[in-house]
Design a protein around this ligand. Structure first.
Ligand SMILES: NC(=O)c1ccc[n+]([C@@H]2O[C@H](COP(=O)([O-])OP(=O)(O)OC[C@H]3O[C@@H](n4cnc5c(N)ncnc54)[C@H](O)[C@@H]3O)[C@@H](O)[C@H]2O)c1
Length: 255
């Protein structure tokens, strides 16, 4: 089968459960991958297995909420691989995750940090990536959002607001830079299980997620997100832009 990302360079900002799966899939599809995370060791783990299986990738420490760190990651991508075709902004600050906590209980510093990292961070990554993509004739930007941004919930208000902000950013980019060959899309997962969160998510939350989904056989997996990401980065996805694509087993059914 053809590798659909052959010849492309992709920066994945945010490793971890989903981010590592993104990097592995994009590399398996032939992309040169730069994987950045505040926890360098997390990114290095995925890059090690990519290189072991014959792929091309580098890991770097990236703080997606810091302008200088983001610029350094873009510069390192361009100097190592000669340019940038794809950005997948995937990292998140997730301290606003307690299902009992709403606007009256959430400490304001958690609210502020959630917006600073998730909304402002995606903004910074986009601002740094756009000029090099435009110079190359275009590119594809993907933002990892969440079903939380599109559903009603008594909790996670700051997190949902930050993820909704990313969707507005995506529409701006798709609208303003489409003529220059830049596409932008959002993937909105619901509960996506992986080793990093397996012990953190209470069983009742997993059951709730399963109950809310139309597909009952399983909850989401990082590979589900990676499969869509690969399509959106590839030329097969070249007429898809400005979309929020839910990968949530039918939990949200937006028009
Ligand atoms: N797992 C789920 O159920 C789920 C559901 C909906 C949306 N999401 C979204 O998917 C994305 C990935 O989540 P995950 O489940 O893999 O979580 P994870 O905790 O495994 O990965 C998140 C990664 O982001 C990194 N990070 C945090 N702040 C950063 C920063 N400032 N700069 C760079 N890296 C930073 C963390 O170190 C971590 O490696 C997030 O955007 C999350 O909001 C996840």
């Amino acid at each position: 089968m053809d590798k659909i990302l052959e010849g492309k360079t992709v920066l994945v900002a945010g490793a971890g459960g989903i981010g590592n799966a993104l990097a592995l899939r994009y590399a398996a599809e032939g992309a040169k991958v730069v994987l950045g995370d505040v926890e360098l060791a997390t990114a290095e783990k995925a890059v090690h297995s990519i290189v072991q299986s014959g792929g091309e990738a580098i890991a770097l420490r990236l703080d997606g909420s810091d302008e200088q760190s983001v610029q350094q990651a873009i510069d390192a991508t361009c100097s190592t691989y000669g340019g940038l075709d794809g950005l997948h902004a995937n990292f998140a600050f997730m301290a606003d995750g307690d299902p009992r906590v709403g606007i009256l209980e959430l400490p304001l510093d958690i609210y502020d940090e959630t917006q600073r990292v998730n909304a402002r961070g995606f903004y910074l990554c986009t601002r740094a990536a756009l000029p090099v993509m435009i110079e190359r004739g275009g590119g594809s930007i993907i933002y990892t959002s969440s079903a939380a941004a599109n559903a009603s919930s008594p909790a996670q208000v700051a997190y949902a607001m930050s993820k909704a902000a990313g969707q507005a950013l995506m529409r701006h980019v798709a609208t303003r830079f489409g003529a220059q060959g830049v596409r932008a899309n959002t993937i909105a997962p619901a509960m996506t299980m992986h080793a990093r969160i397996e012990n953190l998510v209470p069983p009742e939350m997993i059951e709730m997620a399963r109950g809310a989904a139309r597909i009952k056989a399983r909850v989401g997996r990082p590979d589900d997100i990676a499969a869509m990401g690969a399509l959106l980065l590839s030329d097969d996805g070249s007429y898809i832009t400005g979309q929020v694509i839910s990968i949530d087993g039918g939990t949200t059914m937006r028009p």
